[in-house]
Ligand binder design. Structure first.
Ligand code: 13P
Length: 147
């Protein structure tokens, strides 16, 4: 499989889920570049180490200090192939604007973003990553006029 750059980001109450998911998929993740927000990255790195799996993890700032914004900038520069973003939907976040920015830039730049583990599992098992005949269509921002 081609080597992807995968962003992993999780809010505090979703980090247990992220670590469990990363450990479950450690072998897969070890074949790709991983980019994380600060605290998420530290926990994922530690979990991978404990499992004895090599990983290439780059940590950005912590989310509330600009980590989401840094990853959003990478999305804009087409440096991210896939994002897994486990959002705490049950509690307010101080950096809601940055969270929305990361989500929005993934939509604008057509970057697959999984906001739950099921979506993440479906995305990482897709055969489309290595299908050179598959070209993702760019999102259309045009008014749909009926004939
Ligand atoms: O707040 C976050 C994403 O919005 C996550 O940041 P941390 O991984 O630094 O906790």
């Amino acid at each position: 499989m081609k080597k992807l750059t995968i962003a992993l980001v999780a809010h505090d109450n979703r980090k247990a889920d992220m670590v469990e998911w990363a450990v479950h998929n450690a072998e897969f993740l070890s074949h790709h570049y991983i980019v994380c927000t600060g605290t998420t990255g530290g926990l994922v790195r530690q979990a991978m180490e404990e499992k004895g799996v090599q990983s290439e993890i780059t940590c950005m700032h912590s989310g509330p200090l600009g980590g989401d914004a840094e990853i959003a900038a990478m999305v804009v520069r087409k440096e991210i192939d896939l994002a897994v973003f486990l959002i705490d939907d049950l509690n307010p976040q101080p950096h809601e604007a940055d969270i929305q920015m990361l989500l929005r830039q993934c939509r604008v730049h057509n970057v697959p973003i999984a906001c739950n583990r099921y979506s993440a599992d479906l995305m990482i098992t897709s055969t489309l990553w290595d299908d050179d005949s598959y070209v993702p269509t760019e999102p259309k921002y045009v008014y749909f006029k009926r004939e």
